[in-house]
Design a protein around this ligand. Structure first.
Ligand code: IPM
Ligand code: MG
Length: 281
């Protein structure tokens, strides 16, 4: 974040309002996101976010506040249902990927991840020795994220689900197909998530827009990051219906093992600044 603000200062005049979220907010206020901070974000033109967690706050105690709740609270509180994660390996780093150069060359894809629904926000609970997390999707929720995917597609949309097992995925597939028909020009393909995970490393250059639900998008975007050689390369934009600010953040976490050493790769943060300028300001 420190270098991101330096870059912005070079580019123009921006008014910064710095607020605490995640672990730092837990230390200061006992909660990862205060109402005051959420209100301040609502009042901003855009929210630029640095990573939120660390081992200090890792706990399996269900009652303990977790840094990630701050991020999830922002996404939900700001209605940021559309998460855009572009993956484009830099030519200079083609040999830094664990995958062979000839596999990743030409890769230029965008993960469009649904961000405020699914298993992340369904009913969950722990009762004695049994726990549950519920995955819920409604047609309007699928429709609006599918619209975003088709709007951004250049060649095709690959919709990823688990329709051979999950009811939510069958609903997902039905709605995405309908939205696809309304967007006649753009080809649509459906992939099951296990197959998509495989194809993402075997033929990544074939993808254009990958449209998927919250949890699958979380997992596939970390996988896709390795096409670029490092999780430190991926920026993201989280957008709502346009009535409020978007949120811009690197896909990576807080890298606690190198915190404070001055060696963190700032490129995902710079990319997030670029996305903020393009989509947010
Ligand atoms: C991400 C992160 C978050 C997520 C965590 C920190 C809650 O992994 O943005 O991909 O799961 O969405
Ligand atoms: Mg993630």
């Amino acid at each position: 974040m420190a270098v991101a603000t330096q870059v912005l200062a070079e580019l123009g005049e921006f008014e910064f309002d710095e607020r605490l979220v995640g672990g730092a907010a837990i230390d200061a206020h006992g909660t990862p996101l205060t109402d005051e901070v959420l209100d301040a974000c609502r009042d901003a033109d855009a929210v630029l976010l640095a990573a939120v967690g660390g081992p200090k706050w890792d706990s399996t105690d269900p009652g303990a506040p977790r840094p990630e709740q701050g991020l999830l609270g922002l996404r939900q509180g700001l209605g940021l249902f559309a998460n855009l994660r572009p993956v484009r390996p830099s030519p200079a780093l083609l040999d830094a990927s664990p995958l062979k150069r000839d596999r990743i060359e030409g890769t230029d894809l965008l993960v469009v991840r649904e961000l405020t629904g699914g298993i992340y926000f369904g009913d969950s609970g722990l009762d004695g020795d049994t726990a549950h997390d519920t995955c819920v999707y409604s047609e309007p929720e699928v429709e609006r994220i599918a619209d975003v995917a088709f709007r951004l597609a250049r060649r095709k949309v690959t919709s990823v689900d688990k329709a051979n097992v999950l009811e939510t995925s069958r609903l997902w597939r039905k709605v995405v197909t309908r939205v696809g028909e309304q967007n006649g020009g753009t080809p649509l393909e459906h992939l099951l998530v296990d197959n998509a995970a495989m194809q993402l490393v075997s033929r990544p250059a074939e993808f254009d827009v990958i449209l998927t639900e919250n949890l699958f998008g979380d997992i596939l975007s970390d996988e896709a990051a390795m096409l670029t050689g490092s999780l430190g390369m991926l920026p993201s934009a989280s957008l709502g219906d346009g009535s409020g600010p978007g949120l811009f953040e690197p896909v990576h976490g807080s890298a606690p093992d190198i915190a404070g050493t001055g060696t963190a790769n700032p490129l995902a943060m710079f990319g997030s600044v670029a996305m903020m300028l393009r989509h947010g300001l």
